[in-house]
Write a protein that binds this ligand. Structure first.
Ligand SMILES: N[C@@H](CCC(=O)N[C@@H](CS)C(=O)NCC(=O)O)C(=O)O
Length: 210
């Protein structure tokens, strides 16, 4: 396999989606080929240099040597996965691939929910919606319950599902530690403790708020 060419990545250390890409970069050995550009984003505004590469104003966004902007995080992870010879993050076997993508989708949807919920929590109290808080609270618990139920059948071979779930739960810790998700989800907590031992996850822990 040829070495990955130099690419640029719009990046920020606290984004759970960027973290997925960084974990994938560590796992595939492609990190040295990635030049990081710190791009600050907010749902309520635009970052003009980023907008020139990605009209959706989202990080992560990767720029290939040909000048193509790739997004979103799953597409970028698949790009990185192309450039190494090790076990694939996106398995070739159909059944394995579907299992991996299902886990990834559950984790990604959970992360999306946390991002929107966190944005709502940061609005002035008078503008916040009690309905949204209640609905997100129910979906948060329901998703964790399904993860707890199914985590025993998570494949052993590390793949994009592991990356998505690890980054989702890491973001729950980062922004929603008050929800103490481990209390009712012991199997999931044990799985997460295991995944956090990987150097790729250790190297990408978001910095403390400050
Ligand atoms: N589905 C996208 C989501 C990316 C995303 O929402 N990133 C956030 C940062 S955590 C962002 O760029 N928000 C800025 C905005 O929405 O304008 C992915 O997986 O990459």
């Amino acid at each position: 396999m040829a070495t990955m060419p130099k690419v640029k990545l719009h990046w920020s250390p606290k984004s759970p989606y960027v973290r997925k890409v960084m974990v994938a970069a560590h796992e595939t050995g492609t990190l040295p080929a990635i030049e990081l550009t710190r791009s600050v984003v907010a749902m309520t505004g635009t970052n003009e240099p980023l907008m020139r590469d990605n009209p959706l104003n989202k990080i992560p966004t990767l720029i290939t040597p040909e000048g193509t902007a790739l997004f979103d995080s799953m597409v970028i992870c698949e790009y990185l996965d192309h450039w190494h010879d090790g076990p694939k993050l996106f398995p070739n076997d159909f059944d394995e691939r579907m299992r991996a993508l299902r886990w990834h989708a559950l984790a990604q949807g959970f992360t999306d929910l946390l991002i929107f919920w966190n944005n709502e929590r940061n609005r002035p109290p008078a503008q916040q919606s009690a309905e949204l808080h209640a609905a997100w609270g129910k979906k948060f618990s329901a998703a964790l319950d399904v993860m707890e139920r199914d985590i025993g059948s998570m494949p052993q071979a590390f793949n994009i599902g592991h990356i998505g779930l690890g980054c989702a739960l890491g973001y729950a810790d980062f922004r929603f530690s008050d929800k103490a998700w481990r209390n009712n989800h012991p199997a999931l907590a044990a799985w997460f403790a295991g995944i956090m031992e990987r150097p790729s996850f250790q190297a990408t822990i978001p910095p403390a708020e400050g």
